[in-house]
Design a protein. Structure first.
Length: 212
């Protein structure tokens, strides 16, 4: 069945109205899940890596492999990846308090990137952490580099070593939460620890499967 781009965009526009930016009390966060996926041809390995917080120690992970039939289309990543990521996240034995998604949240043309999509569907607080800017403009406000979308501060630009990361509100978090998380989700790696672990495990599982 052919993927209908315009229908997908219209769905994002409608679902974006369900995004909450009310914020959460991070003192109540005990577990965070990093979500990422890697590919071998048309097959993907989606991983949900569960870490305790704020220690950021790996507690468990779930890897789900499957066929990915929808091509990569900028702004429509959720339709390609979310179904496998849902399965991985929902298979964790401990329910995460926060989702950290490799991708964008409201820093998106329709303010509904994959981090918002997954957060809304699972009804979980979520943030997006991407390696490049998808949408919005970067401004400096009070010495802080922020991402502005439709005159709203929707994300932050964070420098880690040689890399710049684009943190964005996904669902049920606010910019104050994002400021804290942009400092507390890191260990020794350039990527946030939850998505670093999810990416690492996904690649290892994929390579192991290829050797079999």
């Amino acid at each position: 069945m052919k993927f209908d781009v315009e229908t997908a965009k219209n769905l994002q526009t409608r679902l974006s109205k369900l995004v909450s930016t009310s914020g959460i009390d991070l003192a109540g966060v005990r577990y965070v899940a990093g979500l990422d996926i890697s590919y071998s041809g048309d097959r993907g390995v989606a991983v949900a890596a569960l870490l305790n917080y704020p220690q950021l120690e790996l507690v468990e992970y779930v890897a789900v492999e499957g066929l990915v039939e929808i091509p990569y289309i900028p702004g429509l990543l959720a339709f390609r990846e979310a179904s496998l990521l849902f399965k991985a996240c929902e298979s964790l034995s401990v329910e995460p308090d926060l989702l950290v998604v490799d991708g964008h949240g409201v820093t998106h043309p329709r303010m509904f990137g994959i981090a918002s999509h997954i957060g809304v569907v699972l009804d979980k607080p979520s943030i997006g952490v991407a390696k490049s800017l998808l949408y919005g403009r970067v401004e400096v406000l009070s010495g802080e580099r922020v991402i502005v979308v439709k005159d709203v501060v929707a994300g932050l630009v964070v420098s880690r070593g040689r890399r710049e990361l684009y943190f964005s509100i996904g669902h049920k978090v606010d910019i104050s939460n994002l400021r804290t998380l942009s400092k507390t989700l890191f260990k020794q790696h350039e990527l946030p620890e939850p998505t670093y672990q999810a990416d690492r495990i996904s690649r290892e599982v994929r390579m192991s499967a290829a050797r079999r």
